[in-house]
Design a protein around this ligand. Structure first.
Ligand code: 5GP
Length: 177
């Protein structure tokens, strides 16, 4: 079977999300309304916490993608759109909010998709980044934590829909492997 061991505590996540929100408040202070685009499902808890700590005016949108193949983007890195944002983003300041950047295929796809719609600005924010796994060169403007190449669950992230609502970030350990 499997078990989980803590990688990042709920208190450390809260402290880092506070810092990230403060940075965004500063960076977007003079730009006007920010459109946060949360990537479902994994980012929903991060987005909820981040958005509630922002002082700048902001709107929340969601987008959903899926990878061909199994859980991760497969080798070909093919990503498809499952659900689009509700409102046009042309001339808006857009921030993509991801749970984790692994190979980079998903974020790269999303940035190309959204950039083609003519936003006033487009940046990416991720709670977690696995630098060792990167295959695609894509700019990430805000990173919460860099983590080693391990499968992470909790705080919105799942394994086969399990462990998503753990308050902390944990490494999933498959026993006997
Ligand atoms: P990428 O396209 O960068 O390879 O993968 C991004 C997506 O893969 C994430 O949005 C997430 O859905 C999934 N993913 C990658 N690594 C992990 C992980 O450690 N834990 C979980 N739960 N999902 C991951």
């Amino acid at each position: 079977m499997e078990h989980t061991t803590e990688l990042i505590s709920a208190a450390s996540i809260a402290a880092r999300v506070d810092e990230m929100a403060a940075r965004l408040d500063e960076d977007y202070a003079v730009l006007g309304e920010l459109v946060l685009v949360g990537v479902l499902k994994g980012s929903f808890i991060f987005l909820a916490d981040l958005a509630r700590r922002l002082s700048i005016p902001h709107r929340v949108e969601f987008i959903a993608v899926s990878s061909y193949g199994d859980r991760e983007s497969d080798e070909a890195g093919e990503v498809r759109l499952i659900m689009d944002v509700r409102h046009p983003i042309v001339d808006k300041h857009v921030l993509v909010v991801e749970d984790i950047v692994d190979t980079g295929h998903t974020l790269s796809y999303l940035m190309r998709l959204l950039l083609a719609r003519g936003p006033a600005s487009l940046r990416a924010c991720t709670l977690l980044h696995k630098p060792d796994r990167r295959q695609v060169d894509v700019q990430i403007d805000y990173v919460g934590f860099e983590i080693p190449d391990t499968w992470v669950v909790g705080y919105g992230l799942d394994f086969a829909e399990r462990h998503r609502t753990l308050p902390n970030l944990c490494e999933l350990v498959v026993d006997g492997s």
